[in-house]
Ligand binder design. Structure first.
Ligand SMILES: Nc1ncnc2c1ncn2[C@@H]1O[C@H](COP(=O)(O)OP(=O)(O)OP(=O)(O)O)[C@@H](O)[C@H]1O
Length: 640
């Protein structure tokens, strides 16, 4: 560009500008204007005449549907959002009717936000630091105050300070005194004029108030979207070459690089998170509950699974039962069953052999004769079978010849259930003293049988023997495999060995069932939490439309707003995940301790909060971020 071109060029130029809204309303048309640096212009007109629309086009919040807007010779108004955002950040300052300060941030933080999205600097850049800007508007004593505690005039002064920390050279004020009384109104307009002039900026004020318009150098009147009067240009201003603004690619170099941008974005995220306590609490809570539920479900799945395993090991892998059958034709095995080899086999802890003599005559004083199953047992029943015996007072808890332990049912039938009376019964014609009652027996319902020590009684032939073996944990399978050789090396008897029939298969099935159902519970709770997080964040974004609009007006690109919302969601999700992890592990400890289970902590569970934080932050943050990215700044600042 030649010096001549620069000299003949206006700072802002509108050529045949038109704005037609999608519903067909033509808000402004045929607007041709030139604005020079240093001018103070009032835009007046009846309600609906197009003043705000014109201001939004000048402020690059809205794009014209026809015509050209040149700022410093660049047609930025019709460029893509990214270019308009960058130009907004570097050139434009807004003072809105309602100040649009962000609640939850302090006045100083609000002012600081004015420079937060600036990616470029002007030569001779006159922007102020936050304390300087606050001092310039007389608000240094309210730096730490919340915006909601300021008076209307103070709010507008804070909004002016927010513009002073920007390198803005086109200041746009939409009804800046609309909510103020006449004294405050004059003060604010004078302050605006003074500070805009000191910043070397042009000031355009939309107003309904004639007193405000009277304080400006030039008045433009709109009627039905058309400029019907313009009092002209005041020549007392810096020359167009005096402020050369560098923007676009050339200015990106002054951005400070990706690292600084990241730190700046992080600070903005933290500001929002800390300022929106209620939303932060709800969001953290939803993530925390979901992560805790997932941890509890998965943690308990492991503990419960291992509990199932141990129960199986404890109950099943320590027991072996062998049934030995002979036939009536050859009731006595030719090779005598010898349990010595079984008793001394490694891992065997106790052996108990029952020889069943069915249909043996049993009688008592009260009952003449019954046929019952008489079982010869080496010692007292219960060493390996876990049978429960109620012993008679003074009995030595063993069976000697001439003594009998009666099954509780049989004792009832014989009318000898009163052990204290030391009853006698007759078995196969021989008298026996009842020394105990068998009330429960795991290998079968033996409460109808009578137990005697091996003796010379003339009993019916034993066609069935049961050998019950208790082993050390885990040895049952090996004992079962070797049992036929140990008991009956020549295979004289028919033998069934129970159980140890692949308990791992059932165990694995059961364990998998427990794990699957709890994993489904974990998944459902995670989805419910995610839904809650998305809902809360969408609500939060909807409530923040004016705030996000202000950020956009201050130069934030769509991607900045999206990154801000996703960043906030990530921070909240991380906080929730940490809390969820702590609560989840505590709950697993409490539940397992209460249920006397062995707690199982798989380090892989630590992945749950990490994955949870990312899933809740990113997946939960994307829908609200998308909604935030779609906010149109022009509509958003109007809606506030
Ligand atoms: N987003 C929109 N969609 C459709 N029509 C719109 C939209 N925004 C504004 N308008 C219409 O465009 C016209 C100009 O509106 P604008 O807000 O610019 O006027 P204004 O002079 O600023 O009014 P006021 O002084 O009441 O704020 C009005 O008829 C308005 O209803």
């Amino acid at each position: 560009m030649t010096v001549r071109e620069a000299a003949s060029r206006s700072f802002v130029e509108l050529r045949d500008v038109e704005r037609r809204y999608p519903d067909g309303t033509v808000a402004v048309r045929d607007v041709n204007l030139r604005i020079e640096v240093g001018e103070c212009i009032a835009v007046v007109g009846r309600s609906g005449s197009g003043k705000s629309t014109l201001l939004n086009i000048l402020g690059l919040l809205d794009a014209p549907s026809g015509g050209t807007v040149l700022i410093d010779g660049d047609a930025v108004a019709t460029s893509a959002d990214r270019g308009r955002s960058a130009a907004r950040a570097s050139l434009i300052g807004f003072v809105f009717q309602r100040a649009h300060l962000i609640g939850g941030l302090t006045v100083a933080q609000n002012v600081e936000l004015g420079g937060a999205y600036g990616r470029c600097a002007a030569a001779g850049d006159r922007r102020l630091t936050v304390p300087e800007a606050l001092a310039a508007v007389g608000l240094e004593h309210r730096a730490a105050a919340r915006p909601e505690t300021l008076s209307g005039g103070e709010m507008q002064r804070a909004a002016i300070a927010r513009t002073l920390v920007r390198p803005a050279r086109l200041w746009l004020a939409d009804e800046p005194t609309g909510n103020l009384d006449s004294t405050q109104s004059s003060e604010v307009i004078d302050l605006l004029r003074r500070t805009a002039s000191a910043a070397g900026a042009a000031l355009v004020v939309v107003t309904h108030e004639p007193e405000v318009a009277a304080r400006c150098d030039r008045v433009i009147t709109l009627h039905d979207g058309v400029v019907v009067a313009d009092t002209g240009v005041v020549p007392d201003r810096p020359g167009p070459g005096e402020h050369v603004v560098r923007h676009g690619a050339e200015l990106a170099a002054t951005d400070g690089g990706a690292g600084r941008g990241f730190v700046r974005a992080g600070r903005l995220v933290l500001q929002v998170v800390l300022s929106q306590r209620a939303r932060a609490r709800t969001s953290v809570l939803a993530t925390g509950v979901a992560v805790a539920l997932a941890i509890v479900s998965l943690g308990l799945a492991q503990s419960a699974g291992s509990q199932v395993t141990r129960m199986f090991d404890a109950r099943r892998a320590t027991e072996v039962t062998a049934e030995l059958l002979t036939s009536e034709a050859a009731p006595v095995p030719r090779w005598p069953v010898d349990l010595t080899a079984v008793v001394t086999f490694p891992g065997v802890e106790a052996v108990e052999r029952w020889q069943h003599h069915p249909g043996t005559a049993v009688a008592s004083g009260a009952v003449a004769a019954l046929e019952a199953d008489v079982i010869e047992v080496d010692a007292a029943p219960g060493t390996a079978t876990g049978s429960t015996i109620r012993w008679a007072p003074g009995a030595d808890r063993g069976l000697a010849p001439g003594e009998v332990v009666l099954g509780a049912t049989l004792a009832d039938r014989l009318g000898v259930a009163q052990l204290s009376l030391r009853p006698d019964v007759t078995i196969a014609g021989a008298p026996h003293r009842v020394v105990g009652l068998l009330t429960d027996s795991r290998p079968g319902t033996a409460t109808g049988s009578a137990f005697v020590a091996p003796s010379a009684l003339r009993l019916t032939p034993a066609l069935r023997s049961t050998v019950s073996i208790r082993t050390s944990p885990g040895a049952a399978r090996m004992v079962a495999e070797r049992l036929p050789d140990l008991i009956d090396p020549y295979r004289q008897t028919e033998m069934t060995i129970d159980p140890v029939a692949g308990p791992e298969a059932h165990r694995g099935e059961l364990e998998a069932g427990v794990r699957t159902s709890l994993a489904v519970l974990a998944g459902v709770s995670a989805l419910a939490g995610l839904g809650a997080v998305i809902f809360v964040n969408l609500l939060a974004v909807a409530g923040r439309t004016p705030e996000l609009g202000v950020r956009r007006a201050l130069g934030a690109r769509r991607t900045d707003v999206i990154a801000l919302v996703v960043g906030e969601c990530l921070v909240l999700a991380c906080a929730g995940a940490v809390i969820g992890l702590a609560v989840g592990f505590t709950a697993v400890m409490v539940v397992t301790a209460t249920a006397h289970w062995q707690p199982v902590f798989d380090l892989r569970l630590l992945a749950v909060p990490v994955v949870g934080a990312f899933a809740f932050g990113l997946v939960g943050g994307l829908p609200p971020a998308y909604a935030a990215g779609r906010i149109e700044p022009a509509d958003a600042v109007r809606s506030g």
